[in-house]
Write a protein that binds this ligand. Structure first.
Ligand SMILES: [Mg+2]
Length: 203
């Protein structure tokens, strides 16, 4: 049977962006972000960060920032497990000029993937690789894929729970929470891996 095709976003799905951002906001601007302060992700629209949004953008849009991000716990083992049943592609909204640092970051994790799409419209990527599964934390990315979903009813859309999406309840999008269990919600890995009717073997 051919492998399924799984497409992953990076930021806040594989890579922890909020921890260094919280630190930056606290140390440089004295802004302490609580979980609820993150209900609006875009800094220029967030009432608490709007004032310093240009400085945040400057901080984020650098190779050093992307190179220094930490993967969430469980990402490395999780992606390796996913790769046993899926071809893995990466689709990120990062600007194309950050493709090199992004590639390097993923190579360092030593996790399997076939290609990275940087700064491309995700709809185009999904169509091109004929994706079966898609994991992203941004609601608008998922909503933008509904036309593809209508033509591919088995297309699985997994939304990684974050303060900027958890108020939204749409059963079309499957909820997951990171890569290791920390709440009642299933992990991304549990959502991706096919359920089998029989016990898995070691070979
Ligand atoms: Mg993201």
């Amino acid at each position: 049977m051919p492998k399924s095709v799984a497409v992953f976003d990076i930021d806040e799905v594989l890579a922890d962006v909020r921890t260094p951002l919280n630190l930056f906001l606290k140390e440089k601007h004295g802004i302490v972000m609580q979980r609820n302060d993150w209900r609006v992700f875009k800094s220029e629209l967030n009432p608490k960060t709007r004032r310093v949004a240009p400085d945040i953008m400057k901080f984020i849009h650098s190779e050093d920032f992307f190179a220094g991000l930490k993967p969430f716990p469980g990402v490395v083992a999780g992606l390796r497990r996913v790769a046993t049943e899926n071809r893995i592609f990466i689709a990120t909204a990062r600007l194309p000029k950050f493709k090199g640092v992004t590639e390097h970051w993923l190579a360092k994790l030593n996790t399997p993937f076939e290609d990275i799409f940087c700064g491309e419209i995700k709809y185009g990527v999904i169509v091109r690789v004929r994706a079966d599964k898609f994991v992203d934390d941004m609601l608008n990315e998922h909503q933008g894929l509904l036309p593809y979903r209508r033509q591919n009813p088995n297309f699985k859309q997994i939304i990684n729970t974050r303060p900027w999406n958890d108020f939204y309840n749409d059963p079309r999008f499957i909820r997951a929470h990171d890569w290791v269990r920390k709440s009642g919600q299933k992990t991304i890995l549990e959502r991706i891996i096919q359920k089998r009717g029989c016990r898995e073997t070691n070979h």
